[in-house]
Write a protein that binds this ligand. Structure first.
Ligand code: SAM
Ligand code: SF4
Length: 328
């Protein structure tokens, strides 16, 4: 049976968060003031439980699993988890902040992970540190080169925030001249505690016109279910894309489901209901009905939380976790 929702969308892509902890503190993702005991009180999926739930999803036709977090490489059982997931007949991918990549190169290769997304919001050391609250830029940059050297497909995720890093868009695109990277500019999204304001969203139109004022580019054909609209500067080795969640949501074509580190299923990044698969699994109950229920509950767009458009939305109206607790 396929995971088809009421709008006819078939879901074959699962993003699993394996931890809600992180070694960086990106302002847009990790709130400054998590409630006291936030980490202590959460029950997290064990490696075997992750495997067991993932297997159920594969039985429903999931073909691709992305491992994310928090920072997945912070999870003590990271090696065990990817070894287990590598046994499933799925394409495995990873999202990471890049800091610890050099410790895990062989493990990634053994698990046949070919595609890695790395977060990088600034090419300037000071801005990087001010966004992430840590001085890890050098290691992240060197790990991006290491991944390329080892023939991984590397996508760089850059959250564009007005007044913070929009002046770096051109420099990011320049990186694609010689490096076969795919840079994805992400419109800034609201999550619990991140202080989002609609005026800080640097939109698709603005990003593209910034790039167009310097480079001549060509539109590429977007793969099915692509979250980004993709382009290439003529003659450059790499490509760039824009993830337009706020200004032009791409929900009509969505094939994605999510599992949080504490075993809650989210049918959308902005799903406010969440279904607790882990508790049922621990009670030895069959979770298949719950998975189907979550898919049936999926709203047409953006968890039903932005029906009037992002410009009519205040951050405190959005019911959700912080991004670090969802899994990007
Ligand atoms: N730690 C890993 C990383 O940084 O890539 C994986 C988890 S992180 C939550 C996944 C992605 O979500 C990152 O690319 C990050 O930039 C993006 N993200 C987090 N908060 C966001 C926000 N408020 N708006 C847009 N993208 C966000
Ligand atoms: Fe950590 Fe990634 Fe969130 Fe940054 S975006 S705080 S690296 S989980």
């Amino acid at each position: 049976m396929m995971l088809t929702d009421l709008f006819g969308r078939v879901h074959d892509y699962l993003r699993i968060s394996i931890t809600d902890k992180c070694n960086l503190r990106c302002s847009y993702c990790m709130p400054y003031d998590l409630p006291h005991g936030y980490y202590a009180n959460i029950k997290r999926m064990t490696a075997d439980e992750i495997y067991s739930i993932a297997k159920t999803f594969v039985g429903f036709g999931i073909k691709k699993i992305r491992i994310t977090g928090g920072e997945p490489l912070m999870r003590k059982e990271f090696r065990k988890i990817i070894q287990l997931l590598a046994q499933l007949p799925v394409e495995l991918a990873l999202s990471s902040n890049g800091v610890l990549i050099d410790d895990f190169m062989e493990d990634l290769q053994q698990a046949k992970i070919k595609s890695v997304n790395i977060s990088l919001d600034s090419l300037q050391a000071e801005t990087f540190s001010s966004i992430t609250k840590r001085n890890e830029q050098e290691r992240v940059l060197s790990n991006i080169h290491l991944l390329l050297k080892n023939n991984f497909e590397v996508k760089i995720n850059t959250v564009v925030m007005r007044g913070i890093n929009e002046q770096e868009i051109v420099n990011f695109v320049s990186l694609t001249k010689d490096l076969a990277l795919h840079i994805r500019f992400i419109e800034y999204m609201p999550f619990l505690g991140n202080g989002w304001h609609k005026n800080q969203v640097f939109t698709y139109d603005e990003i593209l016109s910034t790039i167009g004022s310097v480079f001549s580019y060509t539109k590429l054909n977007d793969p099915v279910h692509s979250t980004s609209k993709n382009f290439k500067v003529n003659g450059y080795a790499g490509t760039f894309g824009i993830i337009t969640t706020m200004s032009r949501p791409f929900c009509g074509d969505c094939n994605r489901l999510r599992l949080t580190a504490d075993g809650k299923m989210k049918n959308c990044l902005f799903d406010k209901e969440e279904i607790d698969l882990l508790s049922s699994l621990r009670n030895n109950d069959d979770i298949t009905e719950l998975v189907l229920k979550s898919v049936r509950n999926k709203k047409a767009a953006m968890g039903g939380q932005f029906d009037n458009g992002y410009q009519q939305t205040e951050a405190n109206q959005v019911i959700n976790r912080s991004m670090v607790g969802i899994g990007g």
